[in-house]
Design a protein around this ligand. Structure first.
Ligand code: IDP
Ligand code: MG
Length: 153
């Protein structure tokens, strides 16, 4: 099992899409192990997006994610990092495949509804940053029918 970090960006919250977006992960069979609404400050936004500092879109990105509340989630499952990135889709909603969150719900490359960790290392770093209190540990009974225990997948 992996745990990854996602957040619904201000555009997703303002457009009333949090429920629809979370449903994508729930119906896939993933487990929510953390959830909270946050009004992000510049310090947190800067730490989260440190890899993009210096890029032309960075100032706009920080302004965007601090402009209005976000909804943060910790999501768990087998290969959760890769699976969530696939569910989310390509960065620009106009290029993202139909069936993905960005492909179905978005038209922008910056207001693209949702963030998802891009590697296990990023997930661990981002979870420590956004959920310093840790995630919620509990058994999800439906995992029994979500995964075939005999093939470890
Ligand atoms: P990702 O969210 O698909 O991982 P990244 O390349 O990590 O995409 O970029 C982080 C975020 O920065 C994007 O989700 C998007 O909101 C914004 N962004 C990325 N590239 C551009 C761009 O070229 N113009 C404007 N905003 C961008
Ligand atoms: Mg990224």
């Amino acid at each position: 099992m992996e745990t990854t970090f996602i957040f619904v960006k201000p555009d997703g919250v303002q457009r009333g899409l949090v429920g629809q977006i979370l449903t994508r992960f729930e119906r896939k069979g993933l487990q929510v192990v953390g959830a909270k609404m946050i009004k992000v400050d510049e310090e947190l936004a800067g730490k989260h997006y440190a890899e993009h500092e210096g890029k032309p879109f960075y100032p706009g990105l920080i302004k965007f994610v601090t402009s209005s509340p976000i909804m943060a989630f910790a999501i768990r499952g087998v290969d959760a990092v890769t699976v969530c990135r696939k569910v989310i889709g390509a960065t620009n909603g106009r290029n993202a495949e139909p069936g993905t969150i960005r492909g179905d719900l978005g038209m922008s490359g910056s207001y693209n509804l949702i963030h998802g960790s891009d590697s296990i290392e990023s997930a661990n770093r981002e979870l420590a940053l956004w959920f310093p209190e840790g995630v919620i540990e509990y058994d999800k009974s439906s995992n029994f029918w979500t995964y075939d225990a005999s093939d470890r997948g």
